[in-house]
Design a protein around this ligand. Structure first.
Ligand SMILES: NC(=O)c1ccc[n+]([C@@H]2O[C@H](COP(=O)([O-])OP(=O)(O)OC[C@H]3O[C@@H](n4cnc5c(N)ncnc54)[C@H](OP(=O)(O)O)[C@@H]3O)[C@@H](O)[C@H]2O)c1
Length: 235
């Protein structure tokens, strides 16, 4: 198998970084995209040490112009086609209805829903150039059930799930696989600024999510990889 060509958003830390490194172990060419260039540069160096090739592409997924420029740069590096697009960039905050900040509501919809749409739209031609294109949309367990204080986050992830499931119907006839990924709580910086008693010992590791994605990419075409759950580890 030739080394996959990968674009991962939110690749500077957490789950996105783990995905970049998992594919790097297979010799992949990886474009890591996010806003914080120092984090991206660190991941590029880690990917290279792990056996892959990488560049950083600064991108704010809320800004279509920024997505356009970063995807163009990604396609130049990857060589006209994208095999694996991981829409991973995402944000989370706890916002109970009686304290809901509308700016926070909009922020979560813009990053978690508009962002993946912009990246997919800009990457489509390059995905269609690939012999083995696969889009992974990182939703959440919060795309399947409600959690207290999560109206904004759940609304955004249910929307991403809908986008992903409908996208699959559009792209299936064109030979592009689309997986919707539902991680349970995973120990990353996403919880750092959010008040709450988060027991990180019971959470997944980012590498658990990365492994599920790698296996789905590697699965034979006959295998159903539409919905990928990553439940928390057994205690
Ligand atoms: N951790 C969990 O428990 C969990 C569970 C289920 C699903 N998820 C989902 O998994 C994904 C990754 O989460 P994580 O836990 O790894 O979070 P994280 O550690 O906070 O990392 C989030 C990544 O997204 C990037 N990002 C945030 N806003 C962005 C923007 N406007 N434009 C471009 N990139 C942006 C961040 O980089 P910059 O800030 O530098 O831009 C960072 O690289 C998210 O979609 C999240 O909703 C997480």
């Amino acid at each position: 198998m030739t080394a996959p060509k990968v674009l991962v958003t939110g690749g500077g830390r957490g789950i996105g970084r783990a995905i970049a490194l998992r594919f790097a172990r297979e010799g992949a060419r990886v474009v890591v995209a996010a806003r914080t260039s120092t984090e991206l540069d660190n991941v590029v160096a880690e990917v290279e040490r792990a056996g892959g090739a990488a560049i950083a592409a600064q991108m704010d997924v809320r800004d279509f112009g920024s997505v356009e420029a970063a995807v163009w740069r990604a396609v130049q590096f990857l060589g006209d086609s994208i095999d694996v697009l991981v829409n991973n960039a995402g944000v989370f905050d706890v916002q109970p209805i009686d304290k809901l900040d509308l700016a926070k509501w909009r922020w979560m919809q813009e990053v978690n829903v508009d962002g993946p749409l912009y990246v997919i739209k800009e990457s489509l031609d390059a995905l269609l150039e690939s012999e083995r294109a696969h889009v992974f949309n990182i939703a959440s367990a919060a795309a399947k059930r409600g959690f207290p204080g999560n109206i904004a986050y759940c609304a955004s992830k249910y929307a991403l799930r809908g986008l992903s499931d409908a996208l699959r119907e559009d792209l299936r006839p064109k030979g592009v696989r689309v997986s919707t990924v539902y991680p349970g709580a995973t120990d990353t910086t996403i919880f750092d600024r959010v008040p709450g008693a988060w027991d990180r010992t019971k959470m997944n590791r980012p590498e658990d999510v990365a492994e599920v994605i790698w296996r789905a990419w590697n699965a034979p075409a006959s295998e159903n990889v539409d919905d990928l759950d990553v439940p928390p580890r057994a205690p």
